[in-house]
Design a protein around this ligand. Structure first.
Ligand code: F6P
Length: 327
């Protein structure tokens, strides 16, 4: 075992075959994460660590050597557990591992890869669905609320796992001495009295009016309509920004904007928004596309993007009000 599971995780999954398969799969992902974390820790000492692999993934993002390596590690691990289909942000198409097995796993194998060279936290995101028999596409093109498990690993000062199976969000930390992920926080709760927002402010001139209005008002601090001084943070790795919000609250936004290719923002529904929204909601937070709940969105294609807003409930709701009032 690569993880000391809490007595609670996956107990809410009624079907025993699915429950066991989820735990096996998470255990395999923990092994992959430990391997990826080891490579990350070596940084430039590892050959071709952050070099551009000379290719682009299906979203047009440049691929780094570590993106490709992480994807290979996860693919190999998933072949050992009851997973029928694997969809990766790094691949154009779904891989069929073995028809007839109970699960389908989607992953962004190395999130935040533009930060690889800079020794800033990066991670692996995953979403686990019950497989639809003999139908790889239908296994992934569905609402986020149909996930049986979702979460992410962070490769930072600590190597950690944030995970939910739909009954609360747990935080595990890798204990390098034993090689096991150990439970650190059994029930994460997102603070409601938060005063930090995260957005790539360099896109200000491209934002649509409601987002611009919200950020302008937030910047007015205690004298503005929000009546409080707010701080700004932007790591540029979704996993690191999400982890901070889980630990101390706040707001994350990657909105749609008027740049070509950003008509639905930057982040992918399947590989990023669905699993992050799942852990955020299960920790008492909220996740939307500005107006609608992320987990209710069903994408039409594998690599579809979505404007993504998540964090403390009141902040996400306030962003929603700016959108509604702008109509
Ligand atoms: O999807 C990859 C990603 O690196 C996320 O981890 C992060 O939140 C976002 O893109 C950063 O985008 P930008 O470089 O446009 O700020």
């Amino acid at each position: 075992m690569n993880i000391d599971f809490s007595t609670k995780l996956a107990k809410n999954i009624e079907e025993v075959e699915i429950r066991t398969a989820v735990l096996d799969t998470v255990n395999a992902l923990c092994e992959s994460a430990r391997d990826i974390a080891k490579i990350c820790a070596k940084g430039p000492l590892e050959a071709a660590f952050g070099d551009v692999a000379g290719t682009e993934n299906s979203d047009g993002d440049s691929q780094k050597a570590l993106d490709v390596r992480s994807d290979e590690i996860i693919t190999a691990a998933l072949k050992t557990v009851p997973v029928a289909y694997y969809a990766s942000e790094e691949r154009d198409d779904i891989i069929t591992l073995e028809h007839g097995l109970p699960l389908a796993v989607a992953s962004d194998p190395l999130d935040g890869s533009s930060n690889i060279d800079t020794n800033v936290s990066i991670g692996t995101i995953f979403a686990i669905f019950p497989a639809v028999e003999n139908d790889p596409e239908a296994s992934f093109l569905r609402k986020g609320s149909e996930q049986v498990a979702g979460g992410f690993f962070v490769y930072g000062p600590q190597t950690s796992l944030v995970i939910t199976t739909g009954d609360g969000t747990e935080l595990y930390i890798l204990d390098w001495m034993s090689g096991k992920f150990k439970l650190a926080v059994p029930a994460m709760r997102i603070s409601e009295s938060a005063h930090e927002f995260a957005i790539n402010a360099s896109n200000f001139n491209h934002w649509h009016p409601p987002v611009r209005a919200y950020i302008e008002d937030a910047m007015k601090g205690a004298d503005g309509p929000m009546g409080k001084k707010q701080g700004m943070r932007w790591v540029g790795s979704l996993v690191a920004d999400a982890n901070r919000i889980l630990m101390r609250g706040g707001l994350f936004m990657y909105p749609a904007d008027d740049r070509k290719g950003y008509e639905a923002g930057r982040l992918r529904i399947l590989y990023e928004a669905h699993p992050v929204a799942f852990v955020i909601e299960q920790a008492g937070g909220k996740a939307s596309n500005g107006t609608d709940r992320i987990l209710d969105i069903k994408q039409d294609s594998l690599h579809e993007r979505v404007p993504f807003v998540f964090g403390s409930v009141d902040m996400v709701e306030q962003v929603g009000e700016y959108h509604i009032n702008a109509v």
